[in-house]
Design a protein around this ligand. Structure first.
Ligand SMILES: Nc1ncnc2c1ncn2[C@@H]1O[C@H](COP(=O)(O)OP(=O)(O)OP(=O)(O)O)[C@@H](O)[C@H]1O
Length: 567
């Protein structure tokens, strides 16, 4: 492990004004006193005053309407100034390394602590061998083997900090690190932050606990409604306080300087975000994320059991539902054969959707956190496909093999079964992409569960199986174009040559041929192309949604030198 430490960082801000998407002014005229390497800045204020928003502005996660955030690398690496509508730029040739510990303790809960940190280290391109050191520094060595969900609140908070320390930040933001901790644990954590700062890190944290402020070098109060409050050293502020306590300063607004309010910097058009360039390459991130997803499945036994068990149950139900011999060319059952193919299409759709829906919303806070510093979205999405894809292919193959073995499918040659398999595989991938897309759109797994029937219903109604497409009203025909199940059903019908089967199926077959029109007239590959196109389009939408919901920070992560920060 190298011990060379890169230069520290100096942070300050002038006249920050932040407007929320609805147009409300959340912060107005906030000045942040200069805080440099080895120093701790505490940001205090009442609930809803705007502490978190200010932290996000300072971290480059939100762009202020006016004002300047200055992030200067001490020594030689240049400095960056972020004005209204801009994001902080990086110093020449070297990124300013920062960490952001959000309010919620955000680590995959199913993984053992050490494993979660090792994956975090690999993702950040740092040495997983540093994990024991960081765990020891934070007093977590004994909990290293415990699943994160079994840790106490204080331990989880420290675990959350540990993740950021792995990337050796020189500027560390923490949003209410002591909330929910008892006074002793809170004091220990704040003392830890002071020791961390002493190693050359610039520490900025928000807090609700007045006792924390005694440990800070500088304190900034945000008055109600995001107005500027008093700031200074703890002693200066206590002298300013009417009753000598920090509590009395929570609702105090900073005096307006002589000459009235400082001139507001004029809004400018937002500049393009700086290019996000994480330390680890796409391929490496894909490999690490794939490994982590596999580990998560291994450690979350219930999810793994449901993932593997649900297709088995559905296959068993199909085997019990369909009667044998409906594809027998000598005694075909035309209506039953259409239903068998529809339910195979729907089964493939359901496998993919059910796998995709819980994937992102369950870990969105983790994605958001990692995205701030390191995560690339395509490797993230492709890792999901890599882990779930083979399970889906296996489920589809098993579905067809079991149904064929039980005489629920045509006894045709291999090319027909290869066609049926290609259709189910593509239908599953398109549904998986739909599931990932919706998972990126919702905020919680409970919402994803509500979305499931909403997505399934139209796929059944407008598939063209129960009401053939030619018999649908004009609106229904248009909707059916967007249903992957329609294309899967038609490709399966084409692959199994339903039309020929129905021609030999007496009056029932001829009636079906009339009502289904040329639904099965196109070769199966037409359906494959449409299904593959849907899968790609839905993945692109998932990527766009994630890009919007999980912004990168302007202070990008670099891991070119130095060992873990040691207080
Ligand atoms: N994305 C958002 N959209 C709309 N309003 C928001 C958004 N984020 C924050 N706010 C509002 O801005 C105000 C400041 O929020 P912020 O989270 O910064 O408060 P805080 O001081 O950190 O509060 P607490 O100490 O309770 O966490 C609150 O009124 C909050 O409701």
């Amino acid at each position: 492990m190298t011990t060379v430490q890169p230069p520290g960082v100096e942070l300050s801000a002038r006249g920050v004004e932040l407007v929320l998407p609805g147009g409300a002014v959340a912060l107005s005229g906030i000045d942040v006193p200069t805080v440099g390497p080895g120093r701790v800045l505490g940001v205090a204020g009442g609930s809803g005053a705007g502490k978190t928003l200010l932290l996000e502005v300072l971290a480059g996660l939100r762009v202020p309407r006016s004002g300047r955030v200055s992030v200067r690398a001490a020594a030689t690496t240049g400095d960056a100034e972020q004005g209204a509508g801009e994001e902080p730029e990086q110093g020449q040739g070297q990124a300013l390394r920062y960490g952001f510990v959000p309010q919620d303790d955000i680590v995959h809960r199913a993984l053992p602590l050490r494993t979660a940190l090792e994956y975090a280290a690999r993702l950040r391109g740092t040495d997983p061998g540093d994990v024991p050191l960081v765990l020891a520094e934070l007093g977590l060595a004994e909990a290293a083997g415990q699943p994160v969900r079994t840790l106490s609140g204080g331990q989880r908070k420290r675990a959350s900090i540990a993740i950021e320390l792995l990337s050796r930040p020189r500027l560390l933001f923490l949003d209410e690190p002591t909330s929910g901790l008892d006074p002793l644990a809170g004091a220990q954590l704040t003392q830890y932050l002071v020791r961390l700062a002493a190693s050359g890190v610039t520490v900025v944290f928000t807090t609700h606990t007045p006792a924390d402020l005694h440990h800070c070098d500088q304190v900034l109060f945000i008055a109600p409604n995001g107005r500027p409050g008093p700031s200074g050293t703890p002693d200066e502020l206590l002298r300013l306080s009417p009753d000598g306590t920090f509590e009395a300063l929570y609702s105090v607004e900073a005096p307006v300087p002589d000459g009235g309010s400082p001139p507001r910097e004029e809004p400018r058009a937002p500049a393009a975000r700086p290019r996000f360039s994480p330390a680890t390459g796409r391929l490496r991130q894909w490999a690490v994320l794939t490994g982590r997803d596999l580990r998560l499945l291994r450690h979350d036994r219930l999810t793994a059991a449901i993932t593997i068990g649900s297709p088995l149950i559905i296959i068993a139900m199909f085997a019990l539902l369909f009667r044998p011999g409906v594809f027998d060319p000598d005694h075909p059952a035309p209506a039953a054969s259409a239903m068998v193919l529809f339910w195979i299409a729907f089964g493939a759709f359901f496998f993919g959707l059910a796998y995709g829906l819980p994937q992102i919303c369950g870990e969105l806070p983790v994605v958001r956190r990692e995205r701030r510093t390191v995560l690339r979205l395509w490797p993230y999405l492709l890792a999901k496909l890599t882990v779930l894809g083979p399970v889906l292919l296996l489920a589809d193959a098993l579905l067809l093999v079991v149904l064929r073995a039980l005489d629920r499918l045509p006894s045709a040659d291999l090319s027909v079964h290869a066609s049926l398999f290609a259709t189910t595989a593509l239908a599953s991938f398109a549904a998986l992409a739909l599931g990932l897309c919706c998972s990126a759109l919702v905020s919680e797994p409970s919402q994803a569960a509500l979305v499931l029937p909403l997505l399934c219903f139209p796929q059944v109604l407008f598939s063209g199986a129960f009401v053939p497409v030619p018999n649908m009203a004009a609106g229904g025909r248009w909707i059916s174009v967007a249903m992957t199940n329609r294309w899967a059903f038609e490709a399966l019908g084409s692959g199994a040559d339903l039309e020929t089967l129905w021609r030999g199926g007496g009056p029932e077959g001829r009636a079906l041929l009339d009502s289904y029109g040329d639904s099965f007239g196109s070769p199966a590959w037409v359906g494959w192309v449409i299904l593959a196109g849907c899968a790609v389009a839905l993945l692109v939408v998932a990527w766009l949604v994630l890009r919007r919901r999980c912004p990168t920070s302007a202070h990008r992560l670099s891991t070119s030198d130095g060992g873990p920060v040691r207080p």
